[in-house]
Design a protein around this ligand. Structure first.
Ligand code: NAP
Length: 261
């Protein structure tokens, strides 16, 4: 069972049309691998699927919005019936930021939580019972180093990622008796459309390929928390230990603070 679990065959990845999810799809693609790739943009998702097929993988596309729980659950269970899922990576996400008046739009706030939080839960929840029945499977949820300490520039993004981190940590303990492996991914900056839209400087930015390499290596080791890069990971953990005033001051010096009013 150890070797089977360290080499997943049937893999679902959400947010596979771009950035980290696309790099993960290509990292896992190969002969004997069946991928379920989910995103909304058909052209971009098809282009990634074509690359994966060229590498020998079988690919099933889910042109779906992860925030639509019933539709996504049906797709996941249909896929799981035909290809019992070894690994699901709930990666799809968006970002948002405060406006000039330091407030996020209400629509943006709701959308972040719908996609980044409920989208993750919608993606993993339907697969828990089938994995329990098989007494095997692996779940990975995409959080962020932004989960460690709320940043004034992106309140709802940080909230969504902190919630995903807590949910995933809890799930790891809850599902351990059923031999289901669960990891949270706390990524730092990775070059993508999302990081381009994220306010402030992109310290220690990695390529999506490097991020995919670190994530797949962490999953192969069943790490509880796959966090990177090292300097920003330590920095965010130390920031979270500081009292509010120095932490807020540091964030504002790094340009992750509020706009002057
Ligand atoms: N890049 C970073 O610096 C960074 C750092 C920490 C954490 N992360 C996290 O890593 C994950 C991937 O981000 P990325 O940087 O790779 O961003 P990206 O290049 O913008 O890709 C995001 C992916 O999510 C998909 N997506 C967005 N909303 C969706 C929805 N409602 N339903 C289905 N798919 C949806 C997008 O596809 P469609 O538009 O085709 O639907 C796209 O494939 C996110 O959860 C992000 O928060 C990123």
């Amino acid at each position: 069972m150890g070797s089977f679990m360290s080499s997943p065959k049937n893999i679902i990845i959400t947010g596979a049309s771009n950035g980290i999810g696309a790099a993960l799809a290509k990292k896992y693609a190969g002969v004997g691998i069946t991928l379920g790739l989910i995103a909304r943009n058909s052209e971009r998702l098809q282009a990634i699927a074509d690359d994966c097929i060229q590498q020998g993988a079988q690919v099933h596309l889910g042109l779906l919005d992860v925030s639509e729980s019933e539709i996504i659950a049906k797709w996941l269970l249909d896929f799981d019936d035909a290809h019992p899922v070894d690994l699901v990576i709930a990666n799809a996400g968006i970002t948002n930021s405060i406006q000039a008046d330091n407030v996020e739009t209400w629509a943006g706030t709701c959308q972040i939580l719908d996609i980044n939080l409920y989208g993750v839960i919608n993606t993993v929840y339907p697969l828990i019972r089938p994995m329990q029945q098989r007494q095997q499977g692996q779940i990975a949820c995409m959080s962020s180093l932004a989960a460690y300490r709320g940043m004034p520039v992106t309140p709802s993004y940080c909230a969504s990622k902190a919630a995903v981190k807590a949910y995933t940590e809890a799930l790891r303990g809850a599902l351990a008796p059923d031999k289901i492996k669960v990891s949270v991914i706390c990524s730092g900056f990775v070059k993508s459309n999302l990081s381009a839209a994220f306010p402030g400087p992109k310290l220690f930015m990695l390529t999506p390929e490097k991020a995919a390499e670190l994530i797949s290596a962490g999953l192969a080791k069943n790490k509880a928390c796959i966090s990177f890069p090292f300097p920003l990971n330590i920095g965010m953990q130390l920031l979270a230990l500081l009292p509010d005033r120095p932490a807020t001051w540091i964030l504002s010096q790094l340009k992750y603070g509020a706009n002057k009013r």
